[in-house]
Design a protein around this ligand. Structure first.
Ligand SMILES: Nc1ncnc2c1ncn2[C@@H]1O[C@H](COP(=O)(O)OP(=O)(O)OP(=O)(O)O)[C@@H](O)[C@H]1O
Ligand SMILES: [Mg+2]
Length: 328
C-alpha cells in the first residue's frame, strides 16, 4: 500500500478533562493506529460500546478535533496541517454523515439551499443548470430527485428520507470516503436496512470507502468488510469482519460477540461486559489493557503496559495473550 493510496491513523492519543473543572485528564483515545487502503472499495466498521471513543476518532479523521499525540495522513498528507486549497480538497474527498438527520438540517431553512451552498462553496460550480444537474444526480442515487425536495423544509420529510437527503448532500462533492457516525440508530428498524443498502451500493458503484460507526454488531456484520473493535479508548482488534466474527482473538471481542450471537437470553446475561457502568472511568485510567479488570486471562503485565499491535493470522490484535513476555 503506497502512502498516497491510504488513510493512515498513526499513534493517535486524545486527552479530555474530567472531575472538578476538568483539570484531571484521561485518554479518550490511547495510541490508536490503523491503515485503510483507499484503493479497495470497502466498509470499515468502527464498533464499541458507548464512550469507547468512536465519535472522537471520527472527528479527528474529519479534522474537527486535533489529537494531543499522533497524526492522521490522507493520501500522504497530514490532515491537521492542510490549509487553503488543500483543506478544501480534503473537504471534498472526505464527507461526514451524522447520526441525527433532524440535527443536520436547520428546521427554518429549505433543504435545497444546503445543496446549492455546498455546490457553490465546496465544489465550486456557479452555473445554475450545471449545479441542478449535479444535485439531481446525487439525490437520484438515494432514490429521490431535485423536484421532490425543491422548496421544502426538513419537517416535510420522514427521518428515513432526511437521512437519505444527508447522504445525497455528502455525495455532491464526489467524495472518496464517507464517515458515517451511527447513521441508522435514530431510525425505525424498518427503515434501517434501506439506508444500509444505499451505503453498500455506494461502496460498490462509486468505489467508496466508508467508515461506519455503530454499536450494533448484527448490522455491522451485514454491512462491513472490516471491523475495528474499540474498548475504553483503545483499539483491541482490527481485521476482516468474517475472520473476527468466526474466531475473535481479543477476550473483549469474544465476550462482545458471544453476548449478541447467543440466542439464549439467560446465557447472554452472563456477559455483563458490554453494559456501560460506573466503573468506566476507572477502566479508562488503567495504564495497560483497559479490559484487564474484566479479563479472565489478565496477568500482571496487562495491568501496566498497553500491548502493542500484533498480527495474528491476518487480524491485528492488542493482547498480551499473543505476545512473548520478553518483548515487554
Ligand atoms: N469534548 C469533550 N470533552 C470531554 N470529554 C469528552 C468530550 N468528547 C467526548 N468526551 C469523552 O470521551 C469519551 C469518548 O467519547 P465518544 O463520544 O468518542 O464515544 P463514543 O464511542 O462515540 O460513544 P457513543 O457510542 O455513546 O456515541 C467519553 O468518555 C466522553 O464522555
Ligand atoms: Mg458517538
Amino acid at each position: 500500500m503506497s502512502e498516497d493510496s491510504k488513510l493512515r491513523i498513526e499513534n493517535v492519543t486524545k486527552l479530555y478533562g474530567y472531575g472538578l473543572l476538568g483539570l484531571k485528564k484521561f485518554k479518550a483515545l490511547d495510541n490508536i493506529s490503523m491503515d485503510i487502503d483507499l484503493t479497495k472499495p470497502r466498509i470499515v466498521v468502527l464498533a464499541g460500546e458507548t464512550g469507547s471513543g468512536k465519535t472522537t476518532l471520527l472527528r479527528i479523521i474529519m479534522g474537527m478535533v486535533k489529537p494531543n499525540i499522533g497524526r492522521v495522513f490522507y493520501k500522504g498528507r497530514d490532515i491537521h496541517k492542510l490549509r487553503g486549497s488543500e483543506a478544501k480538497w480534503y473537504r471534498r474527498e472526505v464527507q461526514p454523515i451524522f447520526q441525527d438527520p433532524y440535527e443536520t438540517f436547520n428546521p427554518l431553512r429549505k433543504i435545497d439551499s444546503y445543496f446549492y451552498d455546498t455546490i457553490r462553496n465546496v465544489v465550486g460550480i456557479k452555473n445554475r443548470g450545471e449545479a441542478e444537474h449535479r444535485i439531481d444526480e446525487s439525490l437520484r442515487f438515494v432514490g429521490l430527485s431535485l423536484d421532490r425536495v425543491k422548496g421544502k423544509y426538513p419537517h416535510e420529510f420522514s427521518g428515513g428520507e432526511l437521512q437519505r437527503i444527508s447522504i445525497a448532500r455528502a455525495l455532491l462533492t464526489h467524495p472518496k470516503m464517507l464517515l458515517a457516525d451511527e447513521p441508522v440508530s435514530m431510525l425505525d428498524a424498518t427503515l434501517r436496512v434501506g439506508i444500509l443498502n444505499i451505503l453498500k451500493n455506494l461502496k460498490e458503484k462509486l468505489n467508496m470507502v466508508i467508515i461506519y460507526v455503530t454499536h450494533d454488531l448484527s448490522t455491522a456484520y451485514y454491512i462491513g468488510d472490516d471491523i475495528s473493535i474499540m474498548y475504553r479508548g483503545t483499539l483491541v482488534e482490527y481485521g476482516p469482519i468474517s475472520k473476527v466474527y468466526q474466531e475473535p482473538r481479543h477476550p473483549y471481542t469474544y465476550a462482545l460477540l458471544e453476548s449478541i450471537l447467543e440466542p439464549d437470553p439467560s446465557i447472554r446475561e452472563r456477559y455483563p461486559a458490554i453494559k456501560p457502568s460506573s466503573i468506566e472511568l476507572k477502566e479508562f485510567l488503567i495504564p495497560g489493557c483497559r479490559y484487564a479488570n474484566r479479563c479472565p486471562y489478565a496477568k500482571e503485565i496487562c495491568w501496566h503496559t498497553l500491548p502493542p499491535p500484533t498480527n495474528v493470522d491476518g487480524v491485528v490484535v492488542r493482547c498480551w495473550k499473543y505476545l512473548d513476555y520478553k518483548q515487554s
